[in-house]
Ligand binder design. Structure first.
Ligand code: TYD
Length: 210
């Protein structure tokens, strides 16, 4: 099916730090472009000049848990208004590294923010807008930590968290995937990069182009 006959999709990538999203995001963008789709590749927190400044704060400055959640949603509001909604309206696909599921996993699951507060923020900041498809890279935190230790000198505030934090984040992601089963596709992130790329290609074809 040609890209022109398909409504542009909003695709997000989620998972604990070190799960291997980055390579697969680039792969997804190139698969969509090969089908003739125009694509906005972006990330959260960030995606706009103001959002990137908020990202620098939230990743590196110590702060209260609720401040952290509010800054994530402040950056998200700006991102939706300035980049995501305009792109979708123009018929461009949006491939985003993390979105509200990350707040659910990290701030609610990892840090203990009350889930009702997230629901309130979600309804305020993006009523009626959810990703069309979310790839969740699921991985044992011990494996993710070993991958990160091999590739990075010093992590940000989240990457420096202990294994128990990432166990909670992982569990919250899997719970969210269970609650939103039609939107999520859970990937076993221990598989080879080639196998994961293949799986993503199959899911995109089945969901959007069949
Ligand atoms: P990411 O861009 O995946 O990190 P990196 O580029 O360093 O690999 O994500 C940045 C961090 O922000 C990540 O540890 C998860 C965290 N985060 C939250 O805690 N809540 C959120 O809502 C979002 C979007 C990210």
């Amino acid at each position: 099916m040609s890209a022109r006959s398909v409504r542009a999709g909003f695709i997000t990538f989620e998972g604990i730090d070190g799960a291997g999203k980055s390579t697969q995001i680039a792969h997804t963008v190139s698969l969509l472009e090969q089908r003739g789709c125009a694509v906005l590749q972006t990330r959260e927190p960030g995606g706009t000049p103001l959002g990137e400044r908020l990202r620098a704060l939230v990743l590196h400055e110590p702060m209260h848990l609720e401040t952290e959640a509010l800054l994530m949603f402040a950056a998200r509001r700006e991102h939706l208004a300035e980049r995501i909604e305009p792109a979708l309206q123009e018929g461009r696909w949006v491939v985003c590294d993390r979105f509200t599921d990350a707040t659910y996993a990290y701030q609610v699951g990892g840090r203990g923010l009350a889930a009702e507060k997230l629901v309130t923020l979600e309804q305020w900041v993006h009523p009626g807008r959810q990703p069309d498809l979310t790839f969740l890279f699921d991985l044992d935190p011990a494996i993710a930590a070993a991958r990160m230790a091999a590739s990075r000198a010093e992590g940000d505030r989240f990457e420096r968290e202990q294994a128990v934090f990432f166990e909670r984040v992982r569990a919250a992601y899997l719970e969210r995937a269970r609650q939103c089963a039609t939107r999520f596709h859970v990937i076993d992130a221990t598989a080879s990069p080639e196998a994961i790329s293949h799986e993503i290609g199959d899911v995109l074809a089945a969901r959007f182009f069949s």
